[in-house]
Design a protein around this ligand. Structure first.
Ligand code: SF4
Ligand code: SF4
Length: 389
């Protein structure tokens, strides 16, 4: 059935159970047919940074292992790849995640996107923004992608899942460059939407790791949250629509997902799952209990309530800046990840100093900090306006 979202309750990362569930879903999806004309397949997990799997920042290795075990039955050329954000070496991330051992065990190639070729694609967004994309060549050349996103909140875009996971197909620090060129959430919406437009036809399947997801200040400084969900869909947009709804988000606040649904020609009714998306009855009104989306919703609500002219005139009062916590280890990953060089180590080498005039509020530092030592500072005025947060 087209655009059916397959959902299963999974309480833990048990390889045998996850593999069994996925095999069942794949059978219903006619996986033989989906893979029949595909030879080279890229598995794209979320490898955002050097965080232990228990931190719920990245796709859990057991999900990757289960998918590899199933795909091995089909005798395909399988490659696992991603480009982590920031400056941390991919090998370091693979080791912490356990991906190195898994790929070795099953004789699967593990690659860092961008290291063996790139493709430049120029695009014009629906808002007439010219965007130059640099995308890993193997992604463009492969026969299909199996997308393994993690279900999380996102401080800039509110929610991150299957569509946002594709941003990792852009190699290395060019990701930060795009943040610099398109700093506001509205502009960045165009970047994510256009990228999806370029890649969406490559996607064979999306398998969402929502067993332990993340709420609070995601995508890396939030809290691991037991959503207990494993979800599979052919379309990244419809999967994200359902997953974000279950977390308590409203599609009207997720512009990049609205655009992705349009690209996939999926029609939804905001209050009711309808049109091209189908879902088993038991899940139709399901909302995950106690998901903390306040922290990310607050920023979005605040920025949307302030007229543009005020934002410009009183930038320092209406803007959210990174805030460095005592847990900072002075590793300088944030300094090197900042696309506009707004951060530096203090003269005494005892703290990170922010230049607010340079900061474009892209939150790359917040996303990249391996120690979750950056939160987002709410100023006095914003706290007064939205007391409930
Ligand atoms: S805030 Fe995080 S990334 Fe930046 S120096 Fe401290 S520990 Fe490193
Ligand atoms: S300091 Fe952080 S939020 Fe500001 S521009 Fe640099 S990376 Fe972005």
């Amino acid at each position: 059935m087209k655009n059916h979202i397959y959902i299963s309750k999974q309480k833990s990362y048990n390889l045998a159970e996850i593999e069994k569930t996925l095999r069942l879903f794949f059978e219903q999806l006619n996986i033989d047919l989906l893979l029949s004309d595909k030879h080279k397949i890229i598995i794209k997990p979320n490898m955002l940074g050097a965080h232990h799997p228990d931190k719920a920042v990245t796709t859990h290795p057991i999900i990757l292992e289960a998918v590899i075990r199933i795909l091995k039955d089909f005798n395909k050329d399988i490659v696992v790849g991603d480009s982590p954000g920031g400056i941390i070496k991919a090998k370091q991330i693979w080791n912490i995640l356990g991906y190195t051992d898994i790929c070795k065990k099953y004789n699967v190639e593990l690659i860092e996107f961008g290291k063996s070729g790139i493709v430049e694609i120029n695009s014009i967004s629906s808002n007439n923004q010219a965007i130059k994309f640099i995308i890993d060549k193997s992604v463009i050349d492969c026969d299909g992608i199996i997308n393994l996103p993690k279900m999380k909140t996102h401080s800039m875009m509110l929610y991150t899942g299957a569509v946002k996971n594709l941003y990792g197909t852009i190699p290395g620090l060019y990701k930060s460059e795009l943040h610099k060129m398109f700093p506001s959430p509205n502009q960045f919406t165009d970047v994510l939407s256009e990228l999806y437009n370029i890649i969406h036809n490559k996607i064979i399947l999306n398998i969402m790791d929502g067993i332990i997801g993340m709420d609070g200040e995601g995508p890396s400084a939030g809290k691991p949250a037991p959503f207990e969900l494993l979800m599979v869909s052919q379309k990244a947009s419809s999967l994200d629509y359902i997953a974000s709804k279950m977390m308590g988000f409203e599609i009207k606040n997720l512009a990049y997902l609205q655009n992705a649904l349009t690209i996939d020609e999926i029609d939804i009714n905001e209050d009711k799952i309808s049109g091209a998306i189908s879902i088993d009855k038991e899940w139709q009104d399901y909302v995950i209990p106690n998901v903390n989306i306040k922290a990310v919703n607050f920023r979005n609500k605040f920025l949307n309530h302030i007229p543009k002219i005020f934002k410009k005139l009183f930038k320092k009062y209406f803007t959210f800046y990174p805030n460095f916590l005592p847990s900072c280890k002075l590793c300088e990953v944030c300094v090197k990840s900042c696309p506009v060089q707004a951060l530096k180590l203090s003269k005494d080498k005892d703290k990170i100093v922010l230049n607010k005039d340079k900061c474009i509020n892209c939150l790359c530092c917040h996303e990249m900090c391996p120690y979750s030592a950056i939160n987002i500072k709410k100023n006095f005025i914003s706290k007064m306006i939205f007391k409930d947060n």
